[in-house]
Design a binder for this molecule. Structure first.
Ligand code: PLP
Length: 405
């Protein structure tokens, strides 16, 4: 999955350019920076590579989501529909701008079930945030149609799916805005960082100001800039952008390796008819950072997970159903509203209802799902060995199951 696996000379060279001048900030210092503008260069590279009109770098994927939400005009009391399976950043960004997270079920795409989204819409709904989880994509056509029908904003969280496409378009560039994360474990990394992509000049200008204390960036004297609205500091540093600049040039190589390793492993696991695979709305567009597969029941899946653990080969295989960070089942801090600061009454009321919300449709999918992270470093021999070991563990679990009957 992650670009950090192939850290090398290219990244060091880009960082060194910044270290030579010592100008670690992306704005100002026009003289001493000697023409080195890594953040600007990375934004241009992102626009070119993904076909977005505008790109605004941020300090993280989480702050990219927060920035996009604010720039799209979403705030206090607005309901935003997000999936039950995603990273905690989804609700963190929503809560931080005063919005109300409304959780909807996922289906076998491991992303928002469009029919669950439609059922979750109320007169207060303002936006839908599909999360393109684990390298693949949501059913964007169905979700776009719902957003059009109800006049809702579509914000794509493509943090985990850099380089994935849907019907020829890059995910993250299809909705009103979209985000990537460049944190350390994403497909390409800056160490820490993120980006908002949009085709709307108005949304972009708002993102640009919001991430830098409201600066309008119209002159060359920062102190004389106007502040047309209130902002925050979600800036990326030049050091981080420099790493990303080297990584984006290598993205297509990373994707090629991932796709190859993914298809090799999938061929091996396909030998067992009891294994089924994640539904992918556009299979050709999968970025292939994970191979996600299902077993027939939760019981069999649990015994496979236990056996993988016992054999010391669980690492790299994710059973999200038990995971503290990615699935609603373990989000006790959210359901108990354990926040450091007071949330709004409307937010508290909505979160209190999560404890009794029925997520059985999501449970039925997630309790049978294991995602295997695809490494860029695997040799063919290692993939074969890994695949065979997983197959044997599953066969053992299945035969144990038969004996029990
Ligand atoms: C990683 C991730 C984020 C947040 O990105 P950070 O850069 O770690 O803040 C948001 N959404 C999803 C789905 C992610 O995987």
């Amino acid at each position: 999955m992650p670009g950090f696996e192939l850290w090398g000379e290219e990244e060091k060279k880009e960082v060194n350019d910044v270290l030579e001048t010592g100008i670690l900030m992306r704005y100002g210092f026009d003289g001493p920076r000697k023409g080195i503008w890594k953040s600007k260069q990375l934004e241009e590279a992102i626009c070119r590579r993904f076909g977005s009109k505008y790109a605004q770098l941020t300090s993280s994927g989480t702050s990219a989501l927060t920035t996009a939400l604010a720039a799209l005009g979403i705030g206090a009391g607005d309901e935003v529909i997000m999936p039950s399976f995603t990273f905690v950043a989804s609700f963190e960004s929503l809560l931080s701008i005063g919005a109300i997270p409304v959780l909807a079920d996922v289906d076998e795409t491991l992303t928002l079930d469009p029919s669950a989204v439609e059922k979750a819409i109320t007169p207060r709904t303002k936006c839908v945030v599909p999360v393109h989880m684990c390298g693949s994509m949501a059913d964007i056509d169905a979700l776009s149609a719902i957003c059009k029908k109800y006049n809702l904003i579509l914000l794509e969280d493509a943090c985990q799916s850099i380089g994935a496409t849907y019907k020829g378009k890059q995910v993250g560039t299809i909705g009103h805005a979209g985000t990537f994360s460049f944190d350390f474990v994403k497909i390409i990394t800056c160490g820490e960082g993120g980006v908002v992509m949009t085709n709307s000049e108005e949304v972009y200008i708002k993102c640009d100001g919001y991430t830098d204390h409201g600066h309008d960036h119209k002159g060359s004297d920062r102190g004389a800039d106007q502040h047309p609205f209130i902002g925050y500091n979600y800036r990326i540093s030049e050091l981080h952008a420099a790493v990303g600049l080297a990584q984006i040039r290598r993205l297509d190589d990373f994707l090629d390796i991932q796709k190859r390793n993914h298809s090799f492993l999938k061929d091996i696991l396909s030998q067992l008819p009891e294994i089924s695979f994640r539904k992918i709305p556009d299979p050709d567009g999968d970025s292939c950072t994970f191979l996600s597969w299902f077993l027939p029941t939760e019981e069999i899946t649990r015994s496979v997970v236990n056996e993988l653990r016992a054999q010391g080969i669980l690492a790299g295989n994710f059973y999200w159903y038990d995971n503290n960070w990615h699935y609603v089942r373990k989000w006790d801090h959210l359901k108990n509203v354990t926040a450091l600061n007071r949330l709004t009454d409307a937010q508290e009321a909505a979160l209190n209802k999560l404890k009794s919300q029925d997520f059985s449709a999501s449970d039925a999918v997630m309790s049978r799902c294991i995602s295997t992270a695809i490494s860029l470093l695997w040799t063919d021999e290692q993939i074969r060995e890994k695949g065979e070991k997983i197959l044997n563990v599953i066969k053992k679990a299945l035969s144990g199951q038969k004996e029990a009957i």
